[in-house]
Design a protein around this ligand. Structure first.
Ligand code: ATP
Length: 338
């Protein structure tokens, strides 16, 4: 069992404002008292007991910590320290001030493919590194791709949230129900090539690998970019480009001046991108409100059923006494593997 520091984190760090919330707690700005340096503290609620429905298994936190400890890369959020109390584990990590990459892009009036590639390259560098270290992230999505400092001339990408990450064994198959498979196409056109009329149709298209680059959305997208996407949207993993191969694809690393010029002439469909980002934000808020409603209904149900439900009520109120947001009971870390 991993040993985390048992000191009271507040003796060493002053706890500041909330930077973000996840399913199992909050991320807050913290100031190291000894040095005045600012960090981020990720406060993760632990399950109170075997029957508790909320909070994380300690084992799951240990896994996230073990994985983060093994990764030191410019494009991956760094872990500094870990503290543990009876109810929670606190990860002290690098403070990432620039917000989400997608929000940064959505504020722009225009973006060339060349500019987009600079971000893509950094994401790929981070992914290549973690794969070299036999780590798969399994939850790479816009919310988990942040910028070190959005005012810097060339801001660094930082990949965060290794809560669903796994260590893999080369050659062994791993299946997960987590993950979000369609983001590269969305980055360039503001539309997923799998987009259906409904979520069900989109999902069916993804499973069947049925996609098309609709001309009205992908008209500004270069053929090299489409080729890059196509080589990633391959069901058979052994046929799909690896991060290493992506980094030498001519869209990322052009071989001649003609390819460079083509890239420079192509641009991101900002109108669709902004729409996509707004829809994504709206969905995130909707999911949070739905989770709150589910939680409230559960509380009412427990009250109505009386004392035999006391244990369940105690579990559900784990979150309430510390003021964190109710958790979705459905999502991550429940993601199954086989
Ligand atoms: P989820 O339940 O969505 O998987 P989580 O509980 O694992 O989330 P994170 O995704 O790691 O938590 O963090 C939640 C949010 O906190 C992020 O979306 C981001 O806005 C913010 N955040 C996380 N890490 C940092 C950091 N190092 N610096 C600044 N903000 C951060």
């Amino acid at each position: 069992m991993a040993v985390f520091k048992l000191d009271n984190v507040e003796d060493l760090y002053e706890i500041g404002s909330v930077l973000g919330s996840g399913h199992f707690g909050q991320v807050r700005e913290v100031r190291e008292r000894a040095t005045d340096v600012l960090w981020a503290g990720k406060f993760l609620k632990l399950k109170k007991g075997a029957g508790s429905r909320l909070g994380l298994e300690r084992k799951s936190v240990e896994k996230e910590v073990e994985i983060l400890q093994s990764l030191q890369h410019q494009n991956i959020m760094a872990l500094k320290d870990v503290f543990e109390s009876r109810a929670e584990v606190v990860l002290i990590v690098e403070l990432i001030k620039g917000g989400e990459l997608f929000d940064f892009i959505a504020e722009k009036e225009n973006l060339t493919e060349t500019e987009a590639i600079e971000f893509m390259k950094q994401i790929l560098e981070g992914v290549r590194y973690m794969h070299q270290k036999t780590v798969a992230h399994f939850d790479l999505k816009p919310e988990n791709i942040m910028l070190s400092d959005k005012h810097a001339p060339n801001p660094d990408i930082k990949i965060i949230d290794f809560g669903m990450a796994h260590r893999f064994i080369q050659g062994e198959e791993y299946k997960s129900l987590g993950g979000t498979p369609q983001y590269i196409g969305e980055c360039l056109s503001g539309l997923s090539p799998f987009q259906g009329e409904t979520d069900e149709e989109t999902l069916r298209n993804i499973v069947a690998m049925k996609y098309e680059f609709e001309p009205h959305c992908f008209s500004q997208t270069s053929n090299m970019a489409k080729d890059f996407i196509q080589k990633l949207l391959v069901k058979d993993q052994s046929e799909r480009m690896t991060a290493e191969e992506c980094l030498i694809h001519p869209w990322i690393k052009p071989l001649n001046r003609t390819q460079i010029a083509k890239r420079n002439r192509s641009s991101i469909n900002m109108k669709n991108f902004k729409k996509f980002n707004a829809r994504r934000k709206w969905k995130m808020s909707f999911n949070m409100v739905s989770a709150c409603n589910r939680f409230c209904r559960l509380q009412l149900l427990c009250k109505a059923r009386g004392p035999e439900q006391q244990e369940l009520r105690d579990c559900e109120s784990d979150q309430e006494d510390t003021g964190t947001k109710p958790a979705s009971l459905l999502r991550r870390r429940l993601s199954s593997s086989s």
